[in-house]
Design a protein. Structure first.
Length: 273
């Protein structure tokens, strides 16, 4: 696969993976391409834990599901992420960022725009929506053949200092390499991020992974091979929309947005631009 193709096809996976284990060769390739990323002074501050132990995956899945239920039930999720949700195709088309929230559980469809109101929150809780979402999420994580924890060496990762910024930058590059490699291998990848929203849950995951004092647990991903036919999950977080050039690129100074390239969206897509 050509690099440009892999870049264009890279996606976040929201649905289930095949139950097949990820081959040892593919697991090795994923962590090897991660280490090909650039890092400040070649410090390589990243560390990875490959988790294929069933009991550990299931314990982590329970943390994920329960933390998702918690942040949906107490409203933290909607408070924290409100600015990212788009409720109409028109809004999405104008802003070209965020996530199109068209996949609410059907019973809440009439309330789409009020989803952030206390009344809708109370209704959702009464209908047990947080529990349903959490259980869906637990199953997705538990059904993943491989989890990958990403850690940083605290000798380099010093928040507030340049070295801390550099470490995060390098980790991002390493994770992007993994993300792109999944595209090449017919695999998918998704953040398991809800436990990060609940500090006690994150601490329990650190214990589960036996993270030593000199490392910081930064992120957990679930990975696996993709089925041929992808069903959409109850809430679909992925978004193929991207800002137009003048919305994020400038020429010579921030005062001059780069003009839109010529041609329609469809033509540009065809030309690979
Ligand atoms: C820092 C960061 C955090 C993210 N957190 C989550 C997450 O918690 N759950 C999830 O499913 N996707 C997560 N994503 C993936 C984004 O939602 C996704 O990249 C974006 O919607 C664009 O979709 P795409 O990756 O399919 O192009 C995250 C991505 C980044 C870079």
């Amino acid at each position: 696969m050509e690099l440009y193709d892999a870049l264009r096809r890279r996606r976040t996976t929201n649905g289930p993976f095949l139950p097949d284990p990820v081959s040892p060769e593919h697991q090795r390739m994923l962590v090897e391409v991660a280490a090909m990323a650039p890092s400040h002074l070649n410090s390589q501050p990243w560390r990875f834990v490959l988790v294929d132990d069933r009991e550990k995956i299931e314990a982590l899945a329970r943390e994920s599901g329960e933390s998702m239920t918690q942040v949906f039930r107490d409203g933290t999720f909607f408070k924290r992420y409100r600015p990212y949700f788009r409720f109409s195709k028109k809004e999405m088309e104008e802003r070209r960022d965020g996530i199109y929230f068209d996949q609410l559980p059907s019973v809440l469809k009439p309330f789409t725009r009020q989803v952030f109101s206390p009344a809708a929150q109370a209704l959702m809780n009464r209908l047990g929506v947080p529990k349903t979402l959490g259980e869906d999420n637990r199953k997705l994580v538990a059904g993943s053949p491989l989890l990958l924890a990403v850690l940083l060496d605290k000798a380099e990762y010093r928040p507030g200092e340049l070295s801390g910024f550099y470490s995060i930058f390098g980790m991002g590059a390493a994770v992007e390499n993994i993300w792109l490699m999944t595209t090449e291998l017919g695999m998918g990848i998704q953040f398991v991020s809800f436990p990060m929203e609940v500090p006690e849950s994150w601490r329990r995951i650190q214990n589960l992974l036996e993270v030593p004092d000199d490392l910081e647990l930064m992120a957990v991903y679930r990975l696996g091979y993709l089925p041929e036919e992808k069903r959409r999950p109850s809430i679909d977080w992925t978004s193929t929309q991207r800002k137009r050039l003048p919305q994020y690129v400038f020429r010579n100074s921030c005062a001059t947005p780069e003009p839109e390239p010529e041609g329609t969206d469809a033509q540009r897509e065809e030309n690979g631009r």
